[in-house]
Design a protein around this ligand. Structure first.
Ligand code: ATP
Ligand code: MN
Length: 478
């Protein structure tokens, strides 16, 4: 008999019809009621066993974690908590699970830290089931948003030889024998003998290649893995994360901000509609977690409220210079409550500053623009003041920076001059500069960290809990 997913069973009208369902046992009580979950939805489905029909030997094998296949009739449920149930006629154990050894057998709810150590099994919990269904929906919504707008999904390389972008520390890719690498005349490693005939790395951003695509296809986006060997053990950094990088010809900074804001609202709204049960569940989880925190650290809004609020209100838009003024004059700064005091124009904002602006001052998402050029990348368009560039960062409550973007410098001389100031190898980036030589145009783009978006929508505090297999310093398990 063909299997019906639990998500579909829940939509059917129970009329005693025969159905087959398969899944993993979540609980088994009174030797009679099995709560079965198959991951298609947060909800378990109740299977009712008739002891006589099932037999003692089989009953013993129905333990939490075991995988079973059940065929039986779909009936309206007498009990509370579910509207339908399956009265089992036939049961088959597809995979036994030793209850003595099964790590999720714990009576107390396992901590997120513990579940990270058994990340290969954590998909089986309600929390991670919900998180990864929401993650899937968000990915789908991102593709849908850009495709509706006529963007071309472009895949940029994972292995690159350009090490000039400066977005982060890189992981080297090599097939050289690390015990005995070939050396050149100067005694340095000779990468001419390496696989690609030169030194290569894992990409830290697909932006430069994305710009090449936009200079022909008008509007492109990438959505792929990104690698940064940053040794920062924070709740917002991974060594391997997924980034969405749209790049648009003929867009200025305002167009760039508009589409970024529109996209974020679109995908959040999409998830709120599609995964309402999962998000409700995660909201309750987050609320319980909040209660553990001291009063003044608690978020003012619950998860659902926060998501709806972000979708319904315009993001605040201010310049870096205005932000510095706000921060410099705020009581928090005057009372020296920041770890890094805000005393002068030009400083790089720390996440405590970003969070103050978003969570305490504006109480909503904020887009900061026109940063000092010294703290931003070489490719950002220079303003006439000679001090700032057309950058924009989007800051989200509880997360900090979720998007980093800019209008790009399309004027060849200005770009080359900036590259010289930054000591970048102009020769090596000739392919990039060709876009400015051969029919360049004003253009803009941004990078959205996908896991930070998933963190925001699921309310998960640690980025390691929104990617199936997190890679962080000293951790590449599974
Ligand atoms: P941060 O200051 O938070 O390290 P960044 O300035 O290095 O971020 P960008 O280089 O602008 O970030 O990258 C674009 C986006 O990619 C960021 O806005 C963020 O959402 C995401 N991002 C950057 N680094 C990481 C990381 N290590 N793990 C997860 N997401 C990241
Ligand atoms: Mn960074």
């Amino acid at each position: 008999m063909k299997r019906t997913k639990i998500s579909a069973l829940l939509q059917m009208i129970p009329q005693g019809q025969m159905v087959n369902l398969k899944g993993w046992v979540r609980s088994f009580r009174n030797n009679q009621f099995v709560a079965l979950n198959d991951g298609s939805t947060l909800h378990n489905f109740q299977v009712v066993l008739n002891m006589k029909a099932v037999g003692e030997g089989m009953l013993k094998r129905i333990t939490s974690g075991a995988c079973i296949s059940v065929t039986g009739s779909l009936l309206a449920s007498q009990g509370k908590g579910q509207s339908a149930e399956v009265m089992a006629k036939e049961i088959e154990v597809l995979g036994d699970c030793d209850p003595e050894k099964y790590p999720l057998q714990l009576k107390n709810r396992p901590s997120l830290e513990y579940l990270r150590e058994i990340a290969h099994l954590r998909f089986r919990t309600n929390t991670f089931g919900a998180v990864f269904r929401v993650r899937n929906t968000l990915a789908y919504a991102v593709h849908q948003f850009f495709n509706e707008k006529g963007f071309v999904y472009l895949n940029t390389p994972v292995i690159t030889a350009s090490d000039a972008e400066g977005a982060g520390e890189m992981f080297r890719v090599t097939t050289l024998n690390i015990k005995n690498p070939p050396l050149n005349e100067n005694g340095e490693i000779d990468f001419r003998e390496d696989f690609f005939g030169r030194s290569t790395n894992l990409t830290v951003s697909g932006q430069l290649e994305g710009e090449l695509g936009a200079m022909a296809l008008s509007e492109i986006y990438t959505f792929g893995p990104t690698f940064r060997a940053e040794n920062s053990n924070t709740t917002r950094h991974l060594a391997e994360f997924w980034m969405i990088e749209p790049e648009m010809a003929f867009y200025d900074l305002n167009d760039n901000m508009d589409i970024a804001e529109e996209m974020l609202k679109y995908v959040i709204k999409y998830a709120l509609e599609k995964n309402n049960h999962d998000i409700d569940f995660l909201a309750k989880r987050a609320e319980e977690e909040e209660k553990q925190k001291p009063q003044q650290e608690r978020a003012e809004m619950g998860l659902l409220e926060k998501l709806k609020f972000s979708v319904e209100h315009d993001f605040a838009r201010i310049t870096y210079t205005e932000a510095i003024e706000i921060l410099r004059n705020c009581n928090h700064n005057k009372k020296k409550k920041f770890q890094y005091l805000v005393d002068s124009w030009g400083i790089d904002l720390q996440s405590e500053h970003e969070r103050y602006l978003v969570e305490k001052h504006f109480k909503k998402p904020v887009i900061l623009t026109d940063y000092p050029k010294a703290i931003k990348a070489f490719y950002m368009r220079q303003n006439d003041d000679e001090k700032t560039v057309r950058a924009m960062d989007i800051l989200f409550p509880g997360i900090g920076e979720i998007v980093g973007g800019s209008q790009r410098e399309e004027r060849l001389e200005k770009l080359e001059q900036r590259m010289r100031e930054c000591n970048l190898p102009i020769q090596e980036l000739n392919w990039y500069l060709d876009t400015r030589r051969f029919g360049g145009c004003p253009h803009a783009g941004f990078g959205l960290g996908f896991e930070r978006l998933v963190q925001f929508v699921t309310g998960m505090g640690n980025i390691r809990d929104v990617i199936p297999f997190p890679r962080t310093p000293k951790n590449a398990e599974f």
